[in-house]
Design a binder for this molecule. Structure first.
Ligand SMILES: *[C@@H]1O[C@H](CO)[C@@H](O)[C@H](O)[C@H]1NC(C)=O
Ligand SMILES: *[C@@H]1O[C@H](CO)[C@@H](O)[C@H](O)[C@H]1NC(C)=O
Length: 607
């Protein structure tokens, strides 16, 4: 045997030996600043506890390589005190899912499943194409670690109405990466959510030089508090169905948030509808499009709604708190409402009984998108939206399509949340227009014969494929398992010193409200709502849902555009790239990494 061959074999053995070790990674907050975490192999006899380490660039992620461990070795994490003594063992046993893995995902202390395979919602219409991002992952609850001036932060929570945004350092840890950004802007967001003592939050990344902050092509996100929903699932489920019906919409996924290592809460992180959303979602990641006019509508009072009723040619005629300009588009700076007023005038001039609705509206409005959004408002009983309240939506003049697009928002008051017993009815009687008209509904959907036909077909399509128990219950069940412990964690956070009310939801409320309902003074259960709505529609429109869970249109895996700076972003911010996962943590780990690297280099040179 030649020397060279012997050397090669020896090095191969060394490399193989190194690969038999496993790197363990867990996100966790110790009880004190000097506390830490460990991992214990559940071999027989039971292994010693290996202390995990963290660093200023990865905290609260703790890591260590355990020599001799393999992917099939059962283990659990343990919280340690300052002296390294165990104070809390996880109450379940873990093993790696992939038997060949040499590292864990970035797991979370006391959360059994890191990455849930969430059953897909069957596709009804071709999905809206958006740029790729690592920000939204249906099956992972990521951790957001914020650090900043504690006094300023407390001040914001004590007086949310007057709160001014502050600067904080940001770290995002999902199952696979750590992404850190210094000095981002955090503010309180929301309107009705401010009545609760858990505040909704807005995070803004300054993507311009010199700050150059990045967040995977989604530099403006809101953290929705979901205070009114004991399940915290309704809004996400609504988004899921909107995605299955092919309209551009805010994406969402859950995050647990900490400020200065103190629990803030569980949130649904969603896109903020603004300029970046238009680029990344509406315009598929294309940054060259000059954006059109975007308006946000609200109904601060029952009498004043963003109803789109034509009130005259001048902007002064329209209540400013119902119509808010977000981007100017091609309107004159002195008359930003020009295009929108024209739309309302066209709506006023539209006579549903003598005009062909499809022909009239196709040149002005993405009619399919509008009908699908309205179908969802009715199907999910989204009472705080346009159809029922003249509220909570955007309308965007898409310069590429040269027509308006409907963009719905705020989906917590859905699937039986609120007191909507009386709205579990036919779509004709769903809302009352006698005291306040919403002409986009009364004229287009209820009175225009051809658009009404299209609307009913949209309802049949959505219910036949996606909005039915068979299609949504498996997903709800996966979410229920995935979130139960995090929702309980959120429910247990003491926010009593902050102003605002609380619903004091319990774990029982979480499960009940996903089932049949009957939670406190409100609310029909999510599953009950879907079941009743499906049955009601089948009876009213005389059809039966398609059995099983097939897609209605072909599911194409597209290579999405944009968002390409993600990997570089994580390098630039000092986060740990996936390829160097062994380097996570400090002390003891570095040496072994060097060994593997040298082995690789020598082998490469010899071969
Ligand atoms: C942090 O951000 C604020 C607001 O964008 C800016 O004024 C300030 O200069 C930034 N500080 C640093 C150290 O970059
Ligand atoms: C920010 O980006 C600009 C333009 O791409 C670049 O010139 C500058 O060096 C960047 N600054 C930092 C701090 O990375």
């Amino acid at each position: 045997m030649s020397t060279r061959r012997t050397l090669l074999l020896g090095l191969t053995y060394l490399a193989t030996y190194a690969l038999a070790d496993v790197t363990y990674n867990v996100v966790g907050y110790p009880d004190t600043e000097t506390g830490s975490f460990g991992v214990q192999l559940l071999t027989s006899p039971i292994g010693p506890i290996t202390k995990l380490t963290t660093s200023t660039t990865t905290f609260p992620l703790w890591s260590a390589i355990v020599p001799g461990a393999t992917a099939t070795t059962p283990y659990k994490y343990v919280k340690l005190d300052a002296a390294g003594n165990p104070i809390l063992f996880e109450d379940f046993t873990r093993t790696l899912q992939d038997p060949t893995a040499i590292q864990t995902l970035y797991e979370v202390f006391e959360r059994e499943v890191t990455d849930t395979k969430v059953p897909l919602v069957p596709l009804v219409y071709e999905p809206w194409e958006m740029s790729k991002t690592k920000v939204f992952d249906d099956g992972v609850v990521a951790t957001i670690h914020l650090t900043g001036d504690a006094g300023l932060w407390e001040g914001m929570l004590m007086a949310p109405q007057e709160a001014k945004p502050m600067q904080v350092d940001f770290r995002y840890i999902n199952d696979k990466l750590v992404h850190s950004v210094r000095n981002i802007t955090v503010g309180i967001s929301g309107k009705s959510s401010m009545e609760f003592n858990k505040q909704a939050i807005k995070l803004e990344f300054d993507t311009t030089a010199p700050q150059n902050q990045t967040f995977f092509s989604r530099p403006s996100v809101k953290l929705r508090s979901e205070s009114s929903d004991p399940t915290m699932i309704r809004e996400k489920l609504y988004i899921d169905v909107l995605n299955a019906v092919g309209v551009p919409t805010q994406q969402g996924s859950w995050v647990r948030v900490y400020m200065n290592s103190k629990a803030v809460g569980l949130y649904l992180m969603v896109d903020d509808v603004g300029s970046s959303f238009l680029k990344q979602t509406v315009h598929h990641g294309d940054g060259n499009v000059v954006k059109g006019s975007l308006w946000q509508m609200n109904a601060p009072l029952v009498e004043t709604q963003g109803d789109l009723k034509y009130l005259g040619l001048t902007a002064e005629a329209y209540p400013a708190d119902c119509y808010k300009m977000k981007t100017l588009g091609s309107n004159p700076v002195t008359a930003p409402m020009t295009q929108l007023i024209q739309l309302m005038k066209d709506l006023e001039d539209f006579d549903p009984l003598t005009m062909d609705g499809g022909q009239y509206w196709e040149s002005r409005l993405d009619v399919d998108g509008f009908l699908r959004n309205m179908a969802m408002e009715y199907l999910a009983g989204s009472w705080d939206a346009y159809w029922w309240s003249g509220s909570n939506y955007f309308i965007y003049f898409n310069p590429t399509l040269r027509k308006w697009q409907w963009i719905s928002t705020d989906f917590d008051g859905t699937f039986g949340d609120g007191d909507p017993t009386e709205i579990l009815t036919t779509y004709q009687t769903y809302a009352d227009f006698s005291t306040h008209d919403r002409p986009m509904i009364s004229k287009l959907i209820l009175r225009s014969p051809d658009l009404n036909k299209r609307f009913e077909q949209t309802l049949r399509d959505i219910v036949s494929y996606a909005f039915k128990p068979e299609a949504l219950f498996p997903r709800i069940e996966a979410y229920e398992k995935m979130l139960a412990r995090d929702v309980a964690w959120d429910d247990a956070i003491d926010r009593s010193k902050y102003p605002g009310k609380t619903n004091s939801w319990t774990e029982a409320d979480f499960h009940n409200s996903l089932a049949m309902g009957g939670v406190k003074d409100m609310n029909l259960g999510v599953r009950f709502w879907i079941e009743e709505r499906t049955k009601g529609l089948e009876a009213q429109l005389g059809f039966k849902v398609v059995p099983g869970t097939p897609d209605k249109v072909k599911r194409v895996v597209r290579k999405s555009k944009g968002g390409a700076s993600d990997a570089e972003a994580s390098f630039a911010s000092g986060a740990v790239p996936r390829s160097l996962i062994h380097a996570v943590g400090e002390g003891g780990v570095g040496g072994r990494l060097v060994v593997i690297t040298i082995v690789g280099a020598v082998l490469a040179a010899l071969l």
